[in-house]
Design a protein around this ligand. Structure first.
Ligand SMILES: [Zn+2]
Ligand SMILES: [Zn+2]
Length: 250
């Protein structure tokens, strides 16, 4: 039969190794947000809606320019899966109350709610990691998707730490949970990378679900950070336009 090295399975499928710098960025982004919330809470909240608008517009443009075309090219039922991801995100927000888009509507929260919130946010963060597994493997030189997702994770981390502080958690627990959350997306990128080598189509299915989730998160943040009567402040207009413009040129 086959010798130890001669069989079919070991044949040269080039292994796509993840870029460690990308994983580090994906880990650091939500942590930076959490640290901002811990140390500069008051100052950062003032500029928060501008940051939200910028990161929302940036990721929205990345979704349309890079993720949509790839997902629709790779999968036959991409539309269905993106829609499923959109509704999955709606479901997750029943637990997270919109923390993925940097909102913390429920300020003071009991511990059962906090557990649900953390679990929901980790589930969402796993989705955040899957596209990076495909778009940021070492062989690739385009990092737009990574930048879009990382940028969106800064408000995510900020919202998490803000809610934990407001709910009476201490600095140590807040930091610990922020780190747990920060690990989720890079871990999903590694898992996704592994899945992608065994079953490329399964990874694309996960990416399509993530794209649906991004569509929900980014449009929600754009609409919610809007003035109730749709008056666009110059600051926000510039934030939205520059977010989309930078996504177009990188
Ligand atoms: Zn996210
Ligand atoms: Zn919201």
């Amino acid at each position: 039969m086959h010798g130890p090295h001669g069989s079919l399975g070991i044949k040269a499928i080039p292994e796509v190794v993840m870029n460690w710098g990308s994983l580090l960025l994906l880990f650091a982004a939500p942590l930076v947000g959490s640290l901002l919330a811990l140390f500069f809470r008051r100052q950062s909240e003032q500029n928060f809606s501008v940051v939200l608008s910028f990161s929302g517009a940036f990721l929205f443009a990345i979704v349309l320019m890079h993720l949509f075309p790839s997902v629709f090219r790779e999968l036959n039922h991409a539309g269905f899966l993106v829609l499923a991801g959109f509704f999955l995100q709606m479901l997750l927000e029943q637990f997270t109350h919109g923390m993925e888009h940097g909102h913390f509507h429920a300020r003071r929260t009991g511990s059962a709610r906090i557990t649900a919130l953390i679990v929901g946010l980790i589930a969402h963060s796993l989705l955040d990691g899957f596209p990076v597994a495909r778009f940021d493997a070492a062989a690739e030189s385009h990092h737009e998707v990574l930048y879009g997702i990382s940028l969106h994770k800064i408000p995510e981390g900020f919202a998490l730490a803000s809610v934990l502080i407001a709910s009476g958690f201490g600095m140590a627990v807040t930091l610990l949970l922020a780190i747990v959350l920060a690990v989720a997306a890079p871990a999903a990128a590694l898992i996704g990378n592994h899945i992608g080598q065994l079953h490329p189509e399964t990874l694309w299915v996960l990416i399509a679900l993530a794209v649906g989730s991004f569509l929900h998160v980014t449009t929600t943040v754009l609409f919610e950070s809007e003035h109730p009567s749709h008056i666009l402040s110059l600051k926000r207009l510039l934030a939205v336009l520059s977010g989309a413009a930078i996504a177009l040129v990188i």
